[in-house]
Design a binder for this molecule. Structure first.
Ligand code: PAF
Length: 282
């Protein structure tokens, strides 16, 4: 497994592979890898000849007072896990390699970036879109894989790729969950043992809401019920919304392809999750 820190070294490898006609899959991460990330890398391995994984804790997607400094950095364990699943290259640039101090360009997906998580995390999705755009230009992959857990992030990236005619196929991979239903996330490590017992309720609330939607309960009632359940369990909910899965607009009664989106804080830890389903096949 190659570990490279510069765009120049990365490009040298990628150019050799491209010259040999090999297809490249890319999995961007911020490190502190868990089974969800490994699932992305394994799926990447099945679809391409070479797999590049980036590890970069991107400062521009963290707001003031968020956890950029304390975000877990576990380089040695990450490398060990990536080696075990036959990753070809780990691209691990320094902040100075990624961002020139004179840079003037930001990539912003208007509208979508201001909804839901974008309301309380102002500028977050601009930070994500910009770094992912830069990483795509550095790696030049044929395919890129993202977890469906970050559903809004995936929608932002798909929109960017489409709007900017990037020749990259974007693949969303199913969320990996703990046995109790909690979606795997690097931020789960912040939870105290008491909070770990409460946290699975986030997914249970999504499942209950899906049943209510299918039973024909009106969406406002479903949302209010979910928010109340979370509050009573000790969460501070940010939002719980019934949305159309294709564009994340608030769902109307005739829409059939839906996603329930939720974000809630448990103590200082902000957790997100979602549940995608079709009213037709329900
Ligand atoms: O999902 C993440 O880990 C990050 O937002 C990403 C896509 C690697 C961009 O920094």
């Amino acid at each position: 497994m190659h570990i490279v820190n510069t765009v120049e070294a990365l490009r040298a490898l990628v150019n050799t592979w491209k010259a040999a006609g090999e297809h490249i899959a890319f999995v961007p991460t911020m490190g502190n890898l868990h089974a969800g990330h490994c699932q992305l890398v394994k799926a990447a391995k099945e679809t391409a000849d070479k797999v590049v994984v980036s590890i970069f804790v991107n400062p521009t997607q963290f707001g003031i007072g968020e956890d950029f400094e304390s975000y877990p950095r576990t380089e040695a364990q990450d490398h060990e896990q990536l080696r075990a699943i036959n990753t070809d290259v780990v691209f691990q640039p320094a902040v100075s390699e990624m961002y020139s101090p004179t840079a003037k360009t930001t990539v912003s997906v208007a509208g979508l970036s201001e909804l839901y998580c974008g309301v309380s995390r102002i500028g977050h999705f601009d930070g994500v879109a910009t770094v992912v755009c830069k990483l795509f230009n550095m790696v030049q992959p044929d395919i890129a894989l993202f977890g469906l857990k970050d559903f809004q992030q995936l929608a932002v990236i798909r929109t960017m790729v489409n709007d900017l005619n990037m020749p990259i196929k974007i693949i969303g991979i199913e969320t990996v969950r703990e046995a109790n239903g909690l979606a795997m996330s690097s931020r789960n490590g912040y939870l105290t043992s008491k909070q770990q017992q409460i946290a699975p309720l986030l997914y249970q609330t999504l499942c209950t809401a899906r049943e209510e939607v299918i039973a024909g309960t009106n969406y406002t009632t479903v949302e209010q019920h979910a928010l109340l359940t979370l509050q009573q369990a000790g969460f501070q909910p940010d939002y719980f919304r019934v949305c159309r899965s294709n564009d994340l607009a608030p769902a109307q009664i005739d829409d059939t392809e839906l996603v329930l989106l939720v974000a809630a804080k448990l103590g200082k830890t902000r957790l997100i999750d979602n549940l995608c389903f079709s009213k037709h096949t329900a």
